[in-house]
Design a protein around this ligand. Sequence first.
Ligand code: 9MR
Length: 762
Amino acid sequence: MPIKIARCGYALCLTGGLLFNPVALANLPPVIDPIADQVVSAGNAVEIVVVPRDPERVVPGLTISNMPNGASFLDNRNGTRTFRWVPTSNDVGSRLVTFEAIDASDSNLRSTVSVTVTVNAVGQPEQPNNNGNQAPIIEPLSDVLVQVGEAVSIRVVPVDPEGVVPALSINTLPTGASFDDNRDGTRQFRWQPNDQQVGDTTLSFAAYDENEPSLRTVETVKITVSGSAPVDPGNPQTPNTPNQDQLMVEGAPFFVDLQDQFITLGDTLSLRVVAKDDDGSVPGLAIDRLPERANFSDNGDGTRTFRWQPYPIDLGDTYVEFTTIDANNPASRTSKTIRLNVVRDPNRVVNFPPVINGIRNPTIRAGDTLTQRVQPVDPDFTVPNLSALNIPQGSQLVDNGDGTRNLNWLTDANDIGDTQASFRAVDAVDSSLSFESTITVSVVDPSTFNRDGERLRDLADRRGFKIGYAAVLQASNLADSQLYRDIAAEEFNIVTPENSHKMSWIQPQRGVFKWDDADDVANYAEQNGMTLHGHPLVWFRQLPPWVQLLDPSIAQQVMREHIRALVQRYRGRVAIWDVVNESFEDDGTYRNSIWHKGMGKGYIRDAFITANQEDPNAILIYNDYDVAWKNPKSDAMYNMVQEEIAAGTPIDGVGFQMHLRDDFSEYESVERNFERFANLGLDIYITEFDVAMFGGKNDELQAEIYRRVLEICLRQPRCKALQSWGYTDRYSWRSNFQPLMLTDKYLPKPAYYEWQRVLRDF
Ligand code: 9MR
């Protein structure tokens, strides 16, 4: 049976996870891949490859503390290091070794991973002392029914009560199946059974502690394969019946032979993407979140080619989602996610040239200062040399002392026009490899940015309403920060920091808080009379590595410390807090976050109570995505808040994120849904609104969605605020899909004028 098309919640769109860098200018701390504790007998070697990753793809520094005598920590010249030690009988016992990754551009950004190395006397079994170590568990799996030719994909998620990452094995792999490492502690079982494999196959997955393999849990799944191949009802004769893992709508176009890909480092993938429609029309093709350096070009024959040369940072899996769109009915679409698995050939030496990342042609107003950061990056993790080839008269190239430089230029009316600046990065190992980058700096008359009519915030103030945006991380470091901040201050009366309250950013190590950017936003909000909306105190994503490896038994303590620190610091300044963010899965079950593991669903109440103790005047809300309309997830959220209200939990409202796409049509359901939450006495905040133009630029359609959502909010007396997730397409987590109300050149789109009109007239 065809499956009804699924709306792309951001979680699905983000399947590539850590490998993407959606905001080029956000500098996030590096992380170290989880490392299991080690047990070794005296005389044997222990070897640990320490793999740091940096979301900005700049190779982090790596240090070790507490290195045992005689051990080494050698540079593998690929960004990783190997800790190697052969302990002697004098070393029997346990010691804690700590590895630290340090951001290449900001040495304040660090993260650590500690490993206990236990050395046993010769002859003693390689087991830790009887320390109460418990067996890991596997999250429950359900039996599966498939037909021949259908794809089965099962994610196996092991959890260890001690917080180490358990090993996973499978009893036997059916022919043609795979059991791949997702590189996040989980593995994926994939299988497309053939007609020889009809019948029941029982799989047993075992999770075990590598140090104590006897401590294991086995989870069994029965896969029942039935005989007949699935028939596409729209096209019973088609030999190219699409796989069921395409999210299909009846009669919608479908992909032909679009499969997972394997790529060897050094090669470039060239993948022709072909879709068909039973009615003979040529369907459109789109890709969500193109990986960096990839392109998706039109072949002029109805097909497109996806080209990508992966870098060492891409080793492992990246997922991309393709969508094919009916030429006659854009709402009729099929999406399919494929896996790109990048492997290294150990016999092949590949040296990639450096690149200069993250600069786009800036546009600034005459009179502003350009502050353009230039950061050369080498995919092989070496640090390239950077020089300027030519820069505008009167500008300076300043060394930031961290491998980057800043082009600073105070402009005036005489500079109006386009001026170029060029930079060269030279490979640190092979000087014949270099990269040049030229940017065009447009200095324009300040009146270019004038917008007709009244400012949104003035119109909103008059109605006692809040209209706002999310402020990009480190807005004061943007090349065009004066323009970015001035327009926001003119238009909005409420602001949320998009990233700077997130735990990985603000508490990179336990008890170490990095307040600079959050303080900067708080000061900016105050200087401009804007309400400050904090986001989020408790979330399952963007956690620092030390929390990812946390023993759930101390999750409560860590959560409370974090809430107290933030709410205390911004008491009286942050008016609204997203206390808990995204606790539910799409089916309405509780997400198995570290917080849930530690406290069960009670963490939500605990978080609200803790926040309320620190600032009884702050408005405390629960925030989630894909809950603005009625569905199992919003039902679950409804039940949860109802229960909390009954228990007297200090919850004031609900944040509905609303990351929409251009095929959005659930207005009626949103209206009813807001009503039921309002009837509970809760306030409603639309916290993260944007509309990704997935089917291509269509300003009128976008403006209509902007208009209708604002109208729903204004019709509902309890709807207090509408904030878009950013305001210029230049700085959006979904930039490719121009989801915001100003273009990437800060010019107003119809969506802007619709909000203006509705705020004025509605
Ligand atoms: O826009 C944010 C982006 O810059 C971050 O990289 C990303 C990391 O998870 O988070 C984005 O914001 C999310 C928000 O905090 C919670 N709701 C979903 C938003 C979009 O992913």
